[in-house]
Design a protein around this ligand. Structure first.
Ligand SMILES: Cc1cc2nc3c(=O)[nH]c(=O)nc-3n(C[C@H](O)[C@H](O)[C@H](O)COP(=O)(O)OP(=O)(O)OC[C@H]3O[C@@H](n4cnc5c(N)ncnc54)[C@H](O)[C@@H]3O)c2cc1C
Length: 290
């Protein structure tokens, strides 16, 4: 298989993914491929269809295993971006925080909420990423998707968006290639002020000096998951280097060489304590990769 992949595009064997996930977990993948265009992607998918494989964006919402015995597909080379009067076209590998700042610099409103999110457009559409009561579902006009057979165009409604959810989550054959996002021109200085205020807020309230994947659990109806965890006194709880952040109780940080198992053990401990005390089932926002 690897020989075949090598002929199609850049292919790495036994590849270290430590720098490719924001928990900075030591994770080796049997193989990683970097297709440059849709034809190469199609050929890759044809080769790997009977093997374990997955798309990895910026690795900011996944908990990777020590060894991934399959093929990781990285779409970093799908990184085109074009600005039009009332929309921006962005390919799946483009970073949303970069796009957010690009738009502010050019005086366009639409993505001010996203400047602190270290994810790709692909990962953010998949998760319907959002912040400050806004999310990508509010601005997505259409998405270009490869469904394993052909390239299709879905409109906003067809994406079945809901809170941190989209059609992509329920059908792993669907790969987001690019999308069009609605933007409107706005006062550049006002946009900069909004983004600066939010950056300050994030710096004060989130643990950005340690590796993490951001919020671990969804907020249950009417209450912040972080408050429940904080009220139980779990800040600072540490299992083998996986630690509940002392700054933000809904963040788990990799404090010292944690593994997937350590993070999952900590997640389970938090879930159990929250269930025992409040009878609330916390729902994981991050994805555990097998
Ligand atoms: C400090 C910090 C702050 C954060 N703040 C926020 C926040 O405010 N709001 C928020 O919503 N999230 C936040 N996150 C979480 C994370 O950045 C988002 O969930 C983001 O959308 C993940 O994008 P990614 O490219 O890293 O995806 P990855 O973690 O690489 O992948 C996530 C999933 O998306 C799939 N995927 C990726 N690309 C594609 C594609 N092209 N087609 C189909 N599927 C694809 C992957 O297969 C995987 O299943 C934060 C994370 C960190 C570390």
């Amino acid at each position: 298989m690897i020989e075949k992949l090598n002929k199609i595009c850049e292919t790495k064997e036994e590849f270290d993914l430590t720098k490719y996930n924001t928990y900075r977990l030591n994770s080796i993948s049997k193989c990683v491929v970097f297709p440059s265009n849709i034809d190469e992607l199609k050929e890759v998918l044809n080769v790997v269809k009977d093997y374990k494989h997955m798309i990895l964006g910026n690795g900011s919402n996944v908990i990777l295993p020590p060894y991934y015995d399959g093929v990781i597909i990285k779409l970093d080379k799908f990184n085109g971006c074009e600005l039009h009067d009332d929309y921006v076209y962005a390919e799946c590998g483009y970073m949303i925080n970069k796009l957010s700042m690009d738009l502010v610099e050019k005086g366009y409103s639409g993505l001010e909420w996203a400047n602190g999110i270290p994810g790709t457009i692909g990962g953010c559409v998949y998760n319907n990423a959002g912040a400050y009561n806004s999310s990508i579902s509010e601005i997505l006009i259409s998405a270009t998707i490869y469904d394993g057979k052909e390239i299709i165009e879905l409109n906003n409604e067809e994406m079945n968006f809901s809170y941190r959810d989209s059609i992509l989550k329920h059908n792993k054959n669907l790969i987001l290639l690019s999308c069009k996002l609605k933007i409107v021109s706005a006062d550049k200085e006002e946009l900069k002020q909004i983004v600066n205020d939010r950056t300050q807020k994030r710096l004060q309230t989130q643990d950005l000096s340690h590796p993490s994947c951001g919020s671990v659990f969804r907020n249950p109806e009417g209450v912040a998951a972080g408050k429940l965890i904080d009220d139980l006194g779990l800040k600072g709880l540490n299992i083998n280097g996986a630690m509940v952040s002392k700054i933000h109780a809904n963040f788990i940080i990799n404090d010292d060489n944690a593994t997937q198992e350590d993070i999952v053990n900590l997640i389970n401990k938090i879930k159990k304590d929250v269930k025992d005390t409040y009878d609330i089932d916390l729902v994981l926002e991050q994805e555990i990769i097998e």
